[in-house]
Design a protein around this ligand. Structure first.
Ligand SMILES: NC(=O)c1ccc[n+]([C@@H]2O[C@H](COP(=O)([O-])OP(=O)(O)OC[C@H]3O[C@@H](n4cnc5c(N)ncnc54)[C@H](OP(=O)(O)O)[C@@H]3O)[C@@H](O)[C@H]2O)c1
Length: 244
């Protein structure tokens, strides 16, 4: 039996977990609105979803720009008449030791991983309040629970996503659901942004046991599928073969 059809907007839908989540939620019958900077990828995904009988549209999105995120959410709302779920998934992970002093990369992680999620909340919360409910799915990481070398700033951003999600949940008026989904190592393009040679090399061994992105999509689909009175707050998904 199909879930109740929902309108779901996904940030960072052009690759990895966001792309897999779009495929999975479309197959579950939900109507999708996809955002990222690489619109050629989004258009190809939209076409694939529509050819499979699903419903999807897209808009170019840079989550570091609050006005852009507002316009993205407004476009989803204009198109479908409501917004039931916002998946705040866009993220970057240029790992390096702190003493490499890659201040620009620290700023970028804060801008995308922290400000991007806040921009999503600022854009979608008024829409959800006005329509009487909604659901934020914020993608954090196992790095939201423990810190490791080269990942201090990345983990800080994911601890922040966890804190913001819990705060949002506590402030909910009983109609807005909040789910934090924290993947362990998962197949995607995330590690391609690592410029530090040692961190890049270490990541190769770590990623040898990566989960398929569809495993994280399945966790998101589970949370989305629950009835309105059930708020799945946190899901951590690791490869069975990974200690971290
Ligand atoms: N893969 C893992 O092992 C893993 C583990 C834990 C947590 N995560 C988290 O999972 C989420 C998804 O990452 P992924 O693993 O699927 O990596 P990915 O394949 O690199 O995907 C990242 C997505 O974020 C988008 N993005 C980056 N900067 C953006 C910006 N400024 N505005 C809008 N979109 C932006 C990218 O699209 P464009 O470049 O086209 O904009 C892309 O669609 C991230 O939050 C990541 O931290 C991943």
């Amino acid at each position: 039996m199909r879930n109740e059809t929902k309108v779901v907007a996904i940030t960072g839908a052009s690759s990895g977990i966001g792309e897999a989540t779009a495929r999975r939620l479309a197959a579950d019958g939900h109507r999708l609105f996809l955002g990222a900077r690489r619109t050629d990828r989004l258009d190809a995904l939209r076409r694939e979803i529509e050819e499979a009988g699903g419903t999807a549209a897209f808009q170019r999105l840079d989550v570091t720009d609050a006005a852009d995120v507002r316009a993205f959410v407004a476009a989803a709302h204009d198109l479908y008449g409501r917004l039931d779920v916002l998946v705040n998934n866009a993220g970057v992970m240029p790992l390096s030791p702190l003493d490499a002093l890659k201040v620009g990369e620290w700023d970028r992680m804060i801008d995308v991983n922290v400000r991007g999620v806040l921009h999503g909340i600022a854009a979608a919360l008024p829409v959800m309040r006005a329509q009487g409910g909604g659901h934020f799915v914020n993608v954090a990481s196992v790095g939201a629970y423990e810190v490791s070398p080269t990942a201090a700033v990345y983990c800080a951003t994911k601890y922040a996503v966890r804190a913001m999600s819990e705060g949002l949940r506590q402030e909910s008026d009983g109609s807005v659901r909040v789910t934090l989904v924290s993947p362990g190592v998962t197949e995607s393009e995330l590690a391609e942004g690592i410029s530090d040679p040692a961190a890049r090399e270490a990541m190769k061994a770590y990623r040898a046991v990566a989960l398929p992105a569809s495993a994280i999509a399945a966790a998101i689909a589970y949370a989305v599928a629950q009835p309105a009175e059930v708020d799945v707050n946190e899901i951590v998904v690791r490869p069975t073969a990974s200690a971290q």
